[in-house]
Design a protein. Sequence first.
Length: 359
Amino acid sequence: MNKMKFFRSSKWKKRLIVAIAAFGLLFSTAACGNNENAAQHSSESNQQNDSNEQLRKVRVGYLNVMDDAQAMLANEGGFYKKHGLDVTMQMFNSGTDLIKAIVGGQLDAGVLGFTNALTWLDKGADIKIVGGAQMGYHSMLVRKDSGIQSLADLKGKSVASQQQGSTADIVLNGVVWKKAGITKNDVQMQYVSPSVAIQSLAAGKVDAAFVFEPYDSIARLTTPVEQIYEIGKEWPFPCMVVITSGKMIKENKEAVYALLDAQKEAIEMLEEKPAEAAKLITKYFIKEAELETSDGKKIAATKVIEESIKSQTFNWEITPEQVEKMQEIAKMMVEQGILKKEIDVKKALDLSWQEQIKE
C-alpha cells in the first residue's frame, strides 16, 4: 500500500474522528462563529460556598480552546472563590457571540480575541480590554507524505482555516502569506471549523490546515501530519485578552480586579505547574482517559493537555510592545475591510489593574 492510500485509509479516518470526538469540543469556530446557544455551568466549588461568605456574582464567558485555559483553571482550581467571586462560567462557540453577550449585558467579562473588541469599538460599543491572557498560537499543518516543506510550497494548494474576519484569518492574510511571498488568491481557501479542518487534512481533501491548540497536538499525535510553521515563534502577538464593558469597570471595579487576580494565579500555575493544571482542565477537552497515537500506542489524556499547555505562552500583562502589535493588527483589519477606519488601540485599554499591582 503506498503512502497516500495508507494515509487515506479508513483506519486513519476512524482514529482521527474518534480522537476529535473525545475532545468534546463543543463549538465550530474560536476566538483567535457560529450562532448557537451557549452552555452554562457553575463550578462545584461555588456550589459549596460557605453561607457566611459574601461573594460577588460574576458571569464569565469563555471559548473551549487552550487559549482560554486560565479562565477554566481559575474556576476549577478555586481561584475565583479565593478572591471573593461566585463565578458562573458560560461557554460560547465563538468570540463574536461572546462579545455580543458582553455588549448586551448578559455577561460581565470574557476571555477572547482582542480583534473582537476592535470590531465592536468600531460600532461604538462601550468595551474595554482590561488584561492579558494568551499570546497567539496558530500552526500550519501538512501531511508528512505531501512533500510540502515551507509556506511558499502552498502556492496553488488548498488550505483549511477559520472563518473570514477571525483573528486566525487576519494574521494568516496579514502575516503568514506575506512571509511566504504569496496572497490568499494564490491558495484555495476553505473556511471551516478547526475540527473539520483537521479531518479534511487527514482525509486528503485539503493540503494544509491552519489551526490552534489543542487541535495541533491532537492531530500530530493521532495522524501522520507535521507542523511547518507556528506564528507565535516568529511573530508573537497578544491574541487573547480579558474584555469587559466600560459600565462594569465603572460600577464594579472591585469584581473586575478580583477576576484578574484569580486569572493571574491561574496563569502562573499554567506556566509553572502544567502537569497539575492539566489534571484540572483536561475534562474540558478530552472525555476519555487515553488516546491512541499514530503508531498505535496509548497516551494519557492529561499528558496531551499538559503538552498543549506547554506549547502556549500565557501572559496576564499587556506590555507596550504588545500594544504596538495590536496596533499593527488594527491596520491589517482596515486593509482587509474589517474596520472602517484604524482604531487607536490605547483607547480600548484600561490597564489600571496591572498598574496598581505593580506599584
